[in-house]
Write a protein that binds this ligand. Structure first.
Ligand code: PRP
Length: 179
C-alpha cells in the first residue's frame, strides 16, 4: 500500500466486480440506443476505460474536461470547461461518466449544458457518491459506491495531481494535506 494512504476503501478486485455490474446495467438500459458516453477528465479516465469495456453494446465515446478544484482540497463552486466534446450531442442519449460526485456543482452544470444542446437524455454514472457533501440539486443515476466524507485517492482520484494511478481507492492520511 502507498505510504500516504491511511486505509484501503475498495480493492482492485472489488472495483472490478462493481464496474462489471455497472457496465451490465448500462448495457441493459441502453440496448438499441447507441449512447454517447462522455468521460469527464481527468478523474474519470481510469473508471471510464474500464466501464466502456464492461458495457457490451454499440456506443460512442468522447472526452470533456471541467475543473472545479484547482490544486486545493475544497471545491471553489466555479466550474470551468477546459476541453469540450467534439461529437454533436443533439438527439443522443448521453451518459456523463465521473469518478466522484461531491458537491454536485460540476455535474449540475454539465447536465444542464448537454440538455441545452438537445441531448435526447442525459444521465450520470459516477463511481463514488459522497451524498453527505451535496449542495447542488443533482443525483447520480448509476453509482458504484456511496462513501462517507473522507479524502479519497486512487483509481483516477488525485490530491494535487498525485495518486491517480493507484489501482485501489484509499483514504489519504490527513498529514499529507494538512502540512
Ligand atoms: C473532481 C471530480 C469531479 C468533481 C466533483 O474533479 O473528478 O469532476 O471534482 O466535485 P463536485 O461534485 O463538488 O463538483 P476536479 O475538478 O478535481 O478535476 P479532476 O477530475 O481533473 O481531478
Amino acid at each position: 500500500m502507498n505510504r500516504d494512504v491511511e486505509k484501503i476503501l475498495f480493492t482492485e478486485e472489488q472495483i472490478a466486480r462493481r464496474v462489471r455490474e455497472l457496465g451490465a446495467a448500462l448495457a441493459r438500459e441502453y440496448a438499441g440506443k447507441e449512447p454517447l458516453m462522455v468521460c469527464i477528465l481527468k478523474g474519470a479516465c481510469v473508471f471510464f476505460s474500464d466501464l466502456v469495456r464492461a458495457t457490451d453494446i454499440p456506443l460512442s465515446l468522447d472526452f470533456m474536461q471541467a475543473s472545479s478544484y484547482g490544486a486545493g482540497a475544497v471545491s471553489s463552486g466555479d466550474v470551468r470547461i477546459v476541453k469540450d466534446v467534439g461529437t454533436p450531442v443533439a438527439g443522443r442519449h448521453v451518459i456523463l461518466v465521473e469518478d466522484i460526485v461531491d458537491s454536485g456543482n460540476s455535474l449540475c452544470r454539465l447536465r444542464a449544458l448537454f440538455a441545452g444542446r438537445g441531448a435526447a437524455s442525459v444521465k450520470i454514472c459516477a463511481f463514488l457518491d459522497k451524498k453527505a457533501r451535496r449542495t447542488a440539486p443533482v443525483e447520480a443515476d448509476y453509482a458504484g459506491y456511496e462513501i462517507e466524507d473522507a479524502f479519497v485517492v486512487g483509481y483516477g482520484l488525485d490530491y494535487a495531481e498525485r495518486y491517480r494511478n493507484l489501482p485501489y481507492i484509499g483514504i489519504l492520511k490527513r498529514s499529507v494535506y494538512e502540512k
